[in-house]
Design a protein around this ligand. Structure first.
Ligand code: MG
Length: 256
């Protein structure tokens, strides 16, 4: 199932998107917490505004340097254990929303990533059980103020500015996270292109690792890391991140 969150100008609503990505069937309530029931109303996707498919209530967990070729371009090796950081939920925006480049940074980078949405409260999950706590998968852009990441040491500000965590276009509940292909385009030009099987630590291992530090709650999001090819965005450019089994997340970048 593809689950989207959207608005027609009223309060945000959830819906099921069909295979063509053209129609969206409204459902009652929040599917993270309630059984899915159709209301009977169907919209054209082009007639609604898609929103971030989930607003994490407690946390977005980022994973650093989880593709060896990206670790190499950053001047190091992939860490032996997954390297985690936290992104505030106020950084989350939806498909089509502008990423606002703050005046504090002269070097804002895209990072296309596969994102995991947690479906139930859990702690100390073993890797063999980890995919069982997943609600679904979506696409993320782990936008990073690269200059501040270097100068701050801690990554909270560099990755946590408002609008720095685009998510969408929807959540796909049926997906093999290790068998997808990730492509990032900057104004239409391919800049990142990698199979998710290139992750150093796979999705199940990341969930397990995170759950041994933090209690995971429904709606928590784990960003699984970015492959090689990160780079700077200029104001006015658009970044599209595509994961083939999910869809394409597209956001314009604007100067504050
Ligand atoms: Mg990242």
């Amino acid at each position: 199932m593809r689950i989207a969150r959207f608005t027609t100008g009223e309060d945000p609503t959830y819906g099921l998107v069909d295979g063509s990505g053209e129609k969206i069937a409204e459902i009652t309530g929040d599917p993270l917490y309630q059984r899915i029931e159709l209301t009977g109303t169907v919209h054209e996707v082009e007639d609604v505004r898609l929103l971030a498919p989930v607003i994490p209530r407690s946390k977005v967990i980022g994973i650093g340097r989880n593709y060896a070729d990206h670790a190499a371009e950053m001047g190091g090796e992939a860490p032996e254990e997954p390297l985690m950081f936290l992104v505030p939920n106020t950084a989350v925006i939806g498909p089509g929303d502008p990423v606002v480049m703050p005046p504090q940074s002269a070097e804002v980078h895209y990072e296309g990533e596969l994102a995991v949405v947690i479906g139930r409260m859990c702690k100390d999950v073993e890797p063999e059980d980890a995919l069982g706590v997943v609600f679904g998968y979506t696409v993320a852009n782990d936008v990073t103020a690269r200059d501040l990441q270097r100068s701050d040491g801690q990554w909270a500000r560099a990755k946590g500015f408002d609008t720095f965590c685009p998510l969408g276009p929807w959540i796909e509940t049926d997906l093999d996270p290790g068998a997808q292909h990730l492509t990032t385009r900057l104004d239409g030009e391919v800049v990142q292109d990698a199979p998710t099987s290139d992750m150093v630590h796979g999705t199940a291992e990341l969930i397990s690792h995170a759950s041994k530090a933090f209690t995971l709650l429904p709606g928590d999001v784990i960003l699984t890391g970015t492959p090689a090819g990160v780079g700077a965005v200029r104001p006015g450019q658009r970044v599209e991140v595509e994961v083939d089994g999910i869809g394409t997340l597209s956001n314009p970048f604007v100067r504050h």
